[in-house]
Design a protein around this ligand. Structure first.
Ligand code: C5P
Length: 418
């Protein structure tokens, strides 16, 4: 008689989870230590399962010390605990970083020739593979077929970053930054189905960060935008298969999202120019940047000096509204998403102001965030509403900025491609 496989372990309430961190044998294995540290510092209980070859790069003692848990590689250790079954069954998330070409191949075939692959077969929780290998190996049809097969089974295989590889080579195949891996791990714990590969081939441009409007060579008018929400939008879209360009103004120090093309801007004028150029080719445009509404009418070419006459008077002039301009130049079928940071006042609540802004700006979707009292700005978490021009309103529950991004992409994915 056959019995049904045991169900996936239910997520316990609270922020901490049982995570398995698989480490395959590539040079990027040393970065797994940083991923591990981030996961344990977030309060998770992390069991590291390296492959035998991973231990050529990082010793078991390092993983044991950082995780406070034993480290095994084979199925013939800890026999009484049946570790090759239990670890997978109990895991609430499996992260494999780095996932080498060989590991992806063994996982795709369903091999169980070591503790890590056996664990992958028994796990029923979300699995996040983070590839790292040379460009040729990543682009090889064998690897691409394995990746497609794993994705078709509902597992997440990250797009690798592009950049410096071992030796002098450079190209796609670099391990994404540990901060980015930790962000996506958190996202999958918040929402196991947050990363379907459903935006494949969609061309998306996202703006992020705050503009700076110079007053003189050393001073500017700026704002507190960290860029976190726009980066999360770009990151999640790229991991859902989209071709993403991120037009980044000034941000906190953030990891560049893997698989995303970056364009830099500084002032509202330069952001406008970049957005108009990029939007001409894009199917979806998201304005998450905090654009200064005003700029100094004059920019001094020397540092403005203190004088006995007292402080200078600064005259401001209005910047163009880029979102409104993008809506005016919208291509056929193009979807435009705006953001609104609102507070309630005596004339209405946050949603009331959001609805009015959606009508005024003319975009298709508007993400409305309640701000003030330490909410949203420079914070890792966000919440709000997603208002649609067709009158639909969806509440976006509190969670990571990546979680909010995943809800926005759900709404975009539901609309058919141009
Ligand atoms: O009017 P408000 O600044 O609240 O609108 C916010 C939305 O408009 C955001 O999507 C922001 O990126 C965009 N915006 C813009 N150009 C401006 C000001 C805001 O595109 N000058």
């Amino acid at each position: 008689m056959t019995s049904a496989p045991p169900p996936a372990p239910r997520r316990r309430s609270g922020a901490t989870a049982r995570i398995v961190l698989g480490v395959a044998g590539g040079i990027a294995a040393y970065k797994a230590c940083e991923v591990l540290r981030r996961l344990t510092e977030a309060g998770h209980s992390v069991r590291v399962i390296p492959t035998e070859s991973a231990l050529n790069f990082v010793g078991a003692a390092t993983f044991e010390a950082l995780s406070s848990q034993p480290v095994r590689t084979g199925v013939f250790e800890d026999i009484p605990e049946v570790a090759h079954v239990r670890l997978g069954q109990q895991a609430e998330l499996v992260v494999v970083a780095p996932a080498t070409a060989d590991l992806l191949s063994r996982a795709a075939r369903g091999r169980a020739d070591d503790l890590l692959t056996a664990t992958l077969l028994t796990a029923r929780c979300p699995v996040l593979f983070v590839p790292a290998m040379h460009t040729e190996m990543w682009l090889h049809p064998a690897t691409q077929d394995n990746v497609a097969l794993l994705r078709s089974r509902g597992l997440t295989v990250m797009e690798p970053a592009s950049g410096r590889l071992t030796g002098v080579d450079s190209g796609p195949g670099r391990l994404p930054e540990p901060a980015e891996i930790a962000e996506l791990a958190r996202l999958l714990l918040e929402r196991p189905d947050a990363l379907p590969h459903d935006l494949s081939g969609r061309r998306i441009v996202v703006s992020a960060g705050g503009t700076r409007e110079p007053l003189d060579p050393v001073r500017f008018l700026g704002n507190r935008s960290s860029g976190l929400q726009g980066f999360a939008l770009a990151r999640v879209a790229a991991q859902r298969g989209a071709e993403v360009t991120l037009v980044a103004a000034h941000t906190a120090e953030l990891a560049a999202p893997a698989g995303v093309r970056m364009v830099h801007a500084s002032t509202a004028a330069s952001l406008r120019e970049a957005m108009l150029a990029e939007a001409a080719e894009a199917e979806v445009v998201v304005m998450a940047a905090a654009v200064a509404d005003f700029r100094p009418a004059q920019q001094a070419d020397h540092k403005i000096k203190k004088t006995a006459a007292g402080p200078p008077t600064i005259t401001l002039e209005t910047n163009p509204d880029i979102l409104v301009e993008l809506v005016g130049k919208r291509r056929d079928g193009q979807l435009i998403v705006g953001f609104a940071a609102e507070t309630g006042d005596e004339t209405g609540d946050v949603l009331h102001h959001g609805r009015a802004k959606l009508a005024r700006k003319g975009c298709d979707l508007l993400v409305v965030n309640a701000v003030g009292e330490g909410r949203t700005f420079e914070q890792p978490d966000n919440a709000g509403w997603l208002l649609s021009a067709d009158g639909t309103e969806v509440e976006l529950p509190s969670g990571s900025k990546a979680l909010l991004a995943s809800r926005v992409w759900d709404a975009v994915a539901r609309r058919s491609p141009v």
